[in-house]
Design a protein around this ligand. Structure first.
Ligand code: HPA
Length: 239
């Protein structure tokens, strides 16, 4: 059985799924980091591949941008294709001076200004957090390899182009590290279905330092993040 957005057969997608926003990044990860990658999805150009890493089956599926798009793919992956571990590998904009372009951020929680959870929880606030095992695994791997990282609260936004260009400063005053557009949705839907989730982010731009990576660097310069993601998700799958 396929779904409206994923044309795979059940069994063609692994229990371990990496979720970049950009479908071309999914292709890049499959071709450069997985053994024997095979494309299972091309619907709407939202490419998905399954291969293996150190003998463990891993899929990589584009999620699109924003919570609503991510929720479509994550829901179908979990409920129909039986994904058990979902890991966002994405980019974020830093809003703290100590968080620099190219740095790694492990999202220990994801605040949001999105209306999705306000609707879901009838105006109350759900504290969206990652699976502890995946988070701990990523921290442990980074420490074992001497990879520097930041761990903390991030903000999942609904709009990339905010009406108020200084709106992020209020979140920064509360210690939020960075902005992106999907993790709150991922953590919430994983919690709903009792599966594991984590967002690992690379800083693509800094709103503090007014710096950014080029599009080419955005697509290809994320090797460290991918190594953390693959080592963590396959270790957790074998645990
Ligand atoms: N805002 C939202 N999402 C992002 C940003 C940003 O500044 N940078 C990378 N993803």
């Amino acid at each position: 059985m396929s779904t409206p957005h994923i044309e795979a057969k059940v069994g063609e997608i692994a229990e371990n799924v990496l979720l970049p926003g950009d479908p071309l990044r999914a292709k890049f990860v499959a071709e450069n980091f997985l053994d024997n990658p095979r494309q299972y999805n091309g619907v709407r150009g939202m490419l998905g591949f399954t291969g293996s890493y150190r003998g463990v089956a891993v899929s990589v599926q584009g999620s699109g941008m924003g919570v609503p798009s991510l929720l479509i793919y994550a829901t179908e992956l979990i409920t129909v294709f039986k994904a058990k571990r979902l890991m966002r590998i994405g980019s974020c904009g830093a809003i703290q001076p100590q968080v620099a372009v190219s740095d790694i951020v492990l999202a220990m929680s994801a605040s949001t200004n999105s209306g999705v959870n306000r609707d879901r929880f009838r105006g109350a606030d759900f504290a969206a957090c990652p699976d502890f095992g995946l988070f701990y695994g990523a921290v442990h791997y980074c420490k074992s390899q001497n990879i520097p990282f930041h761990a903390g609260n991030i903000l999942t936004e609904d709009e990339f182009y905010d009406d108020d260009p200084d709106g992020w400063k209020h979140w920064a005053a509360y210690g939020v590290l960075a902005l992106e557009m999907e993790s709150n949705g991922l953590y919430t839907i994983a919690a709903k279905h009792g599966v594991q989730a984590l967002s690992i982010l690379t800083v693509s731009d800094s709103l503090v330092a007014h710096k950014e990576l080029s599009p080419k660097e955005r697509e290809q310069g994320f090797g460290t993040m991918m190594k953390i993601a693959l080592e963590t998700i396959t270790a957790e799958a074998s645990a």
